[in-house]
Design a protein around this ligand. Structure first.
Ligand code: SF4
Length: 430
């Protein structure tokens, strides 16, 4: 592990037409997300200023030059609310200041609704070569339960438009352990998704955290406070989640997706050959990642993770000051992992991948007790010099991951912020 210049680049676009009650991202909706309100244009201008400021800092840190980016990912939020000309301008700016490798993967997240998915032909012409669709479900009842704006037929239309626009790489994000979702309705979602022949599928259990209780909100936090309605929805939804059903749903996904020729290349991600997400692999391999926009997280590839605060208006005020001051970097924070935390994080991320970990880590004093526990309980198998999750380990991985983390340090200031390794483990639902 060593720090280096970024090889992957993320931009968080913080607008949606409405807010889903389970949403954990830094997002504003309503008037702020409407083009005529001016916040979208203000954001695009601000993020381009942030891009220059971050690039200036990297130019100073790496005067001999930096490698071209291997991936660019416009996520959110709903980045498909941007106009193709804004996306093209942003990509051009990234290319000028960071360089984009000829074979780089360039992804845009798209919501499937007619009003959200934007001009897919225009995005393709702007240089996007991969779409990630926020499908979540192809069951109308599940979509209503999740507060989503789109219908299953919107998904069919979005995929058809994507193909007509020339996209040869389409991901579908799916959610299970949704309130009211049966094993049968989840299977029907998987079948309907596979009928649309995506090249990549991500399937995650619905996660219902409380960012306020976890100390992630506030002026420098990377999450926005929960609204009262969303808190009530989550309290109700938690009551109808079921770990045993979630385990069956995960196994159903594994069977169906493998049967359709998609290989599991990460615990919750499946792809056809050559369509694995290079951007997400950069996170799992702990490569250096640059990240712009409210709530976005960057990583130096070794031990430093920094984030921008989630609130939009302070982000805009810092980058586009109205009082004549020069633009400055937005508010945010930084976390420095100690060597034990960094090794634990690398081990957890490595175990999420099919290649697993080098068996030599069994002599690492910080990791050995957890890894031996995993072997003794049958969650891990040791074969051909590698430690890998077993099928049971894939279901109960979080039990093992928590044991790999260093004991939590005292929090003298009472300003508890989850360490990243803890956060990663806590967000693993199965
Ligand atoms: S569409 Fe996605 S980003 Fe937007 S509110 Fe819903 S979950 Fe959040």
């Amino acid at each position: 592990m060593s720090a280096g210049p970024p090889v992957a680049f993320y931009v968080h676009v913080p607008f949606c037409l409405s807010i889903c009650p389970y949403c954990d991202f830094a997002v504003v909706a309503g008037r702020a997300a409407r083009r005529d309100a001016g916040r979208v244009a203000a954001f695009v201008a601000a993020v381009r200023t942030e891009l220059d400021l971050r690039a200036d800092g990297l130019d100073r840190a790496y005067p001999a030059g930096r490698p071209a980016l291997q991936s660019v990912y416009l996520g959110g939020g709903t980045p498909s609310l941007l106009a193709p000309a804004e996306v093209a301008g942003l990509l051009d700016h990234v290319a000028r200041r960071f360089g984009i490798a000829a074979a780089a993967e360039i992804t845009l997240e798209v919501n499937p609704g007619r009003a959200d998915r934007g001009d897919l032909r225009g995005f393709h012409a702007a240089g996007i070569d991969r779409l990630s669709l926020g499908v979540q479900s192809l069951h109308a009842g599940d979509l209503r339960a999740l507060g989503r704006r789109h219908t299953p037929s919107d998904v069919v239309d979005a995929v058809s438009e994507a193909r007509a626009a020339g996209f040869g790489s389409v991901n579908m994000d799916l959610l299970y352990d949704v309130p009211g979702q049966s094993l049968a309705s989840w299977r029907s979602t998987l079948d309907a998704a596979l009928a649309l022949e995506p090249e990549h599928v991500s399937a995650y259990a619905l996660s219902l955290d409380d960012p306020d209780a976890e100390g992630l909100t506030g002026p420098f936090g990377d999450h926005l406070p929960l609204r009262r309605g969303a808190r009530a929805w989550r309290d109700r939804a938690r009551g109808s989640q079921d770990q045993d059903r979630a385990a069956e749903q995960y196994e159903a996904a594994s069977d169906r997706l493998a049967g359709a020729g998609l290989r599991r290349y990460e615990l919750s991600n499946w792809a056809r050959p050559e369509h694995e997400s290079r951007h997400d692999l950069a996170y799992w391999h702990r490569d250096p990642v640059e990240a712009l926009g409210p709530g976005a997280h960057a990583f130096d590839g070794d031990s430093v993770r920094r984030w921008n605060a989630a609130p939009l208006e302070p982000y805009l005020a810092a980058l586009s000051p109205s009082d004549g001051r020069p633009a400055g970097l937005p508010p945010g924070g930084e976390e420095r992992l100690d060597p034990d935390e960094a090794r634990a994080e690398a081990a957890i991320l490595g175990l999420r991948l099919p290649e697993g970990l080098d068996q030599a880590l069994l002599v690492d004093p910080a990791l050995e007790p957890g890894l031996r526990w995993g072997l003794a309980t049958g969650l891990l198998v040791d074969s051909q010099g590698r430690l890998r999750l077993t099928p049971r380990g894939r279901l109960l991985g979080s039990e093992l991951f928590m044991r790999l983390l260093p004991a939590p340090a005292a929090d003298p200031g009472g300003q508890a912020r989850r360490g990243t390794a803890t956060l990663i483990a806590a967000e693993i639902m199965i």
